[in-house]
Design a protein around this ligand. Structure first.
Ligand code: ZN
Length: 315
């Protein structure tokens, strides 16, 4: 869930000067594939990612089919690279790299509304320390979802040799505050930071989106150094997330790009490291909620995010 009720900026996210969005940057082969199968989003994303385009290239040493949920992507990887090893033995090419994963909210926040309600300085303004997040209609908490996906994501990244830091797990009754979440990424010197969320929009609003930091400057907030790399990180995650989950970009914001730029999130404004939020789906939509509550789908979601991060890191 977003950190407040402020509507995000309308329309397509990409600002001028950054070229075409992730879904439009296709190789010739991918364009041909898309022409042949215009309705198969997952198919052309797979083709695009497998054929490679800059930092979104899939890891060439990705292991083949460690989980049925990943079969399409992994099969393509294995075909492209028959020498790819089994899961967890890909040569740990990302040893020495650090990724901070930020599970959105905290399951205990509901019991600590006073603590999380106090305002913290996010540079450009003051915002609530943290929020409770949303729930599905059947009571599955966003904060439980984010922890579960984050743990799966950690496992996938550690298998590639990445050092992973979670901003919180089970050791604290509430929070952290959004300024501390950003600080953890900064102090870790993270190569990438991903905040995991699910949205709380209306029934019928479906799909995922990735939130990118806007260029902001004020107080401790100065995102000039992270806007560019964060976009690359977000595009890599969006493409891989679509491929592994089969989900489509959100139909209710971002103009169908799956990318949204925001200047009002403390966790982004205060970050000095490349960082994005991933809104994996809409917990208030019945169909999306069924996916979000499915452990097999969450594994696909985590794998897609992991593949995007690995691609961004050049693994
Ligand atoms: Zn959230």
């Amino acid at each position: 869930m977003r950190y407040d009720d402020t509507p995000p900026p309308p329309g397509p996210a990409p600002p001028a000067g950054t070229g075409r969005p992730w879904y439009a940057r296709r190789s010739t082969l991918a364009v041909a594939a898309a022409t042949l199968a215009p309705l198969c989003l997952a198919g052309w994303v797979l083709t695009e990612v497998a054929t490679g385009a800059g930092p979104r290239r899939m890891p060439q040493s990705a292991p083949p089919a460690p989980h049925p949920a990943h079969a399409p992507g992994r099969a393509a990887d294995a075909k492209a690279n028959p020498a790819a090893g089994p899961a967890g033995t890909a040569g740990a090419p990302l040893t020495g790299r650090t990724v901070v994963i930020d599970p959105g909210h905290n399951p205990g926040n509901f019991r600590h509304t006073a603590e999380i309600g106090r305002k913290v300085d996010i540079g450009t303004t003051h915002k609530e320390c943290d929020t409770t997040g949303t729930t599905t209609g059947t009571g599955y908490q966003e904060a439980e979802f984010t922890l579960d996906v984050s743990r799966r994501l950690r496992t996938a990244l550690e298998a590639r040799g990445v050092t992973v830091v979670l901003t919180h797990e089970a050791g604290r009754p509430w929070g952290p505050c959004i300024d501390e979440r950003a600080r953890i990424g900064n102090e870790a010197g993270a190569d990438a930071v991903v905040s995991v969320h699910a949205d709380g929009a209306s029934e019928g609003s479906r799909g995922f989106h990735v939130i990118l930091p806007a260029a902001v400057k004020g107080g401790a907030a100065d995102t000039a150094g992270i806007v560019g790399p964060s976009r690359l990180l977000g595009e890599a995650i969006a493409g891989n997330f679509a491929r592994t989950t089969g989900s489509t970009p959100a139909n209710y914001l971002g103009g169908g790009t799956g990318l949204v730029v925001r200047d009002d999130l403390g966790g982004l404004n205060l970050s000095l490291r490349p960082k994005v939020f991933v809104e994996c789906g809409n917990m208030r939509d019945t169909k999306d909620a069924a996916l979000l509550a499915d452990a097999r789908w969450r594994q696909k979601a985590a794998q897609g995010i992991a593949d995007g991060i690995v691609g961004f890191l050049g693994g």
